[in-house]
Design a protein around this ligand. Structure first.
Ligand SMILES: Nc1ncnc2c1ncn2[C@@H]1O[C@H](COP(=O)(O)OP(=O)(O)OP(=O)(O)O)[C@@H](O)[C@H]1O
Ligand SMILES: [Mg+2]
Length: 324
């Protein structure tokens, strides 16, 4: 055993196309420790390096330098033990055999991990029950709905009962109902009840905020900040946010002439433009801002709120999680 954390990442680097003009420093000197039983979030925009980091931890990619241990096992010297210790769930690719039934799929993956017959039988019963798939036990996977297939993928990841789960963008592209199921399942069942140590990546700040005990902000291969969601938000120098919801064409530099309103975050969603300013005195800038926005856009609402993780990220990196 090395150290006391369940996942210990020490100064790892992974550079693609090294030395070429289009070199990518996907993971650029990252270190952190995830404690046993912790639900830890890695939050960052597209291309931040989240998946590359997960692949390094799960032994699918070999880092260029640095060290990683999972449950005390070293990814270079003990890759098989590391693999047995973890389950990797990715939102995108699903590896199930479509011509086989759920029971046959789970038996196959249990055998791959060397789970005994008796334990396999118990786990399959338990997992199919947990996922509400008992009445589909012997139906070919190709005949299941996509939600059922996703639940079966989840069961597959759990078949060898790994203490550590690496969960990469679990709700990407899911409908809101199923996204809610997955979030609740990860938090309540896997983390709270089954005491799994979980590393979750996402670029949904609400998801990270809701689920994770601690969050690392990742951007361009580096960690920009690491703390609890609350402490990250409290770290903002300005404690309030002025938000205007409007429709129209708004440019960042429109507000440069207004004192205290230069730092603006513009994001888009549901056909609206959201303008946000971090400020201590919303009332001081409000009048001037509204005048300018009115010339270019139709205003739907104006409100003062508190900083979100998105605001913290923009403050730290200048980039938006949403628009990146
Ligand atoms: N096999 C590869 N060869 C070359 N470049 C790669 C390879 N895999 C990833 N990259 C690059 O490394 C960077 C980090 O990619 P990565 O997939 O880790 O980001 P991510 O944070 O998971 O992004 P997303 O939120 O889109 O999933 C990107 O610039 C990507 O293009
Ligand atoms: Mg990714």
């Amino acid at each position: 055993m090395v150290g006391s954390g369940e996942i210990i990442v020490n100064d790892i680097r992974k550079i693609f196309k090294k030395g070429k003009p289009d070199e990518v420093r996907a993971v650029d000197g990252i270190g952190f420790t995830i404690n046993k039983g912790e639900l830890f979030g890695l939050l960052g925009p597209n291309g931040a390096g989240k998946t590359t980091l997960i692949k390094c931890i799960s032994t699918l990619l070999i880092p260029d330098s640095g060290s990683v241990t999972v449950g005390g096992y070293d990814i270079y010297r003990e890759p098989l033990e590391v693999r047995r210790h973890i389950g990797v769930l990715t939102g995108g690719e699903r590896s199930l055999y479509w011509k086989l039934t759920p029971v046959e799929n789970l038996r196959y993956f249990a055998a791959l991990y060397g789970v005994s017959r008796k334990v396999t039988k118990e786990r399959i019963t338990y997992l199919l029950e947990l996922m509400g798939l008992v009445d589909k036990s012997n139906v070919r996977v190709e005949k299941l709905s996509s939600g059922m297939k996703q639940k079966l993928s989840l069961a597959r990841v759990l078949i060898h009962d790994p203490p550590v789960l690496l969960v990469d963008e679990p709700t990407l592209g899911l409908d809101p109902y199923f996204a809610r199921f997955i979030r609740d399942f990860v938090k309540n069942e896997l983390n709270k009840k089954l005491k799994k140590t979980i590393l979750l990546t996402t670029h949904y700040m609400d998801e990270a905020d809701e689920l994770c005990e601690r969050i690392a902000f990742m951007n361009r291969g580096k960690i920009e900040a690491l703390d609890t969601p609350d402490r990250l938000k409290q770290s903002m120098p300005q404690k309030q946010v002025l938000e205007i919801k409007c429709q129209g064409t708004i440019e960042k530099d429109m507000f440069e002439t207004i004192d205290g309103a230069a730092g603006i975050n513009i994001s888009h969603g549901e056909g609206f433009v959201f303008l946000r300013w971090n400020t201590d005195n919303p009332e001081l800038i409000l009048g001037n801002i509204i005048e300018l926005v009115r010339e270019k856009a139709k205003i739907y609402s104006v409100r003062v709120t508190t900083p979100t993780l998105e605001d913290v990220f923009v403050h730290l990196t200048g980039a938006s999680l949403k628009d990146a």
